[in-house]
Design a protein around this ligand. Structure first.
Ligand code: LLP
Length: 391
């Protein structure tokens, strides 16, 4: 995937760093927009995946809306010129201050996750004499069948209003003067690659949409969330996700009522493949059953392997990039970081050409939930970013 990048230029930067291929980001958004526009679907970008300033500028210039999950994300979206009306704000634990920020800014919609939250938003809006637009985030009981830590749409999850409490919620909503119910919101999980799951979601949404309309609510907004997965195994083969089949599935199975606009809030599928974590090999530790390549990046730069046992493709750029004939001798390594935690690994059992101290390794598909989930545990420095536009 980094084939077109000049290895020598990359090698000049202090490691570890994230490399962002902005051309790939632009190409991904272009494809996303062309497929979504076929059906007049509107797409918001889920900031949580990556809040890098240059990334956000590109996304907002391309005209996508913003999906936020904190007051600071709302502020950040507005700073990057997302239109307030195109900013949606979800999350189970919005504080009063965050709600106030959103109402004052005139954001497009609060995606509400509980009855109590709805009443609090109404109270705060009443105090400042405003009306807040809300959508009900409904937990549709559709299993995303992805990792249990990123599954959000089944009853045991903390997210959304349960179907059995919907009648009560609707009857309270009728009585509240300073909120306007504009839509329904769903988000069942992340890294979903099986389109049958989205088909199942559509079938559930169709029923719920009819039920709410039957109660006399004419809603203009139907938000299907994000969750579309990417190819972690072979990012070079599939750098741009198959948006055609994603949006095509919703177009085929979703029954949109007259006057309704359909929204999506995609994070991973927009930014994951444009990001690569570049780390330098510090030491090779030879073991009796396996070798460790100890590198200068770890769970502080990419927590996904530690947290979800996720697998990212890893290559040795020094060998692939420098020699005409890469070493034919391969060895198997656990690629581990410097952090004092056993779970601090970037890859396990990774087959690489024989690797040496000083080699640069590329960990692919880290544009989403890499930098945005970074920490400074062990007082580690923040890793920098190198952009393809600057090379
Ligand atoms: N909308 C809502 C309400 C969400 O909670 C999320 C992600 C998205 C949209 C965007 O989902 P995406 O299109 O990126 O799948 N840290 C995990 C992923 C957590 C996703 C949280 N919510 C990971 O690294 O796999």
């Amino acid at each position: 995937m980094l084939r077109n990048i000049d290895f020598q230029k990359l090698n000049k930067n202090p490691t570890p760093f994230y490399f962002y291929d902005l051309d790939l980001l632009r190409a991904t958004i272009k494809e996303l927009k062309s497929e979504a526009q076929k059906y007049q679907f509107k797409v918001h970008y889920a900031l949580k995946a990556n809040t890098d300033d240059r990334v956000l500028d590109i996304v907002s210039n391309e005209g996508l809306g913003a999906d936020c999950v904190s007051g600071n994300e709302v502020k950040k979206a507005l700073e990057h010129n997302f239109r307030a009306g195109d900013v949606f704000y979800a999350g189970v634990g919005k504080t009063d201050t965050e709600i106030l920020t959103g109402i004052k800014a005139g954001i497009g919609c609060f995606n509400c996750e509980s009855l109590q939250e709805i009443t609090v938003i109404n109270e705060i809006a009443t105090k400042i004499n405003k009306t807040a637009r809300i959508a009900l985030r409904i937990n549709p009981h559709v299993d995303s069948k992805s990792h249990s830590y990123i599954t959000t749409g089944i009853e045991e999850n903390k997210f959304g209003i349960q179907l059995w409490e919907l009648d009560e919620v609707l009857s309270v909503v009728r009585t509240l003067k300073n909120i306007k119910l504009t839509g329904l919101h769903f988000h069942i999980g992340s890294q979903i690659t099986n389109m049958d799951i989205f088909k199942e979601l559509c079938i559930k949404v169709n029923k719920i949409n009819e039920r709410v309309a039957g109660e006399g609510f004419e809603l203009s907004l139907l938000n299907l969330g994000g969750g579309f997965g990417i190819d972690y195994e072979d990012p070079a083969e599939n750098p741009v996700p198959d948006f055609k089949s994603f949006f095509g599935t919703f177009n085929k199975y979703l029954k949109v009522r007259t006057g309704q606009n359909v929204y999506f809030e995609l994070g991973r599928s927009v930014v994951a493949q444009m990001g690569t974590l570049i780390a330098k090999v510090l030491y090779i530790k030879k073991g009796r059953s396996k070798n460790f390549a100890v590198v200068d990046a770890g769970m502080t730069e990419l927590i996904r392997p530690a947290l979800y046992n996720s697998v990212h493709k890893i290559e040795n750029l020094s060998i692939n990039g420098q020699e005409e004939n890469p070493s034919e001798i391969y060895s198997t390594y656990d690629i581990v970081g410097p952090v004092c935690e056993t779970t601090d690994f970037l890859g396990k059992g990774v087959s690489l050409p024989v690797t040496y101290r000083g080699d640069l390794l590329a960990v692919y598909s880290v544009g989403a939930y890499g930098q945005s989930m970074a920490s400074n545990y062990n007082l580690r420095e923040k890793a920098g970013v190198v952009y393809s536009d600057d090379l």
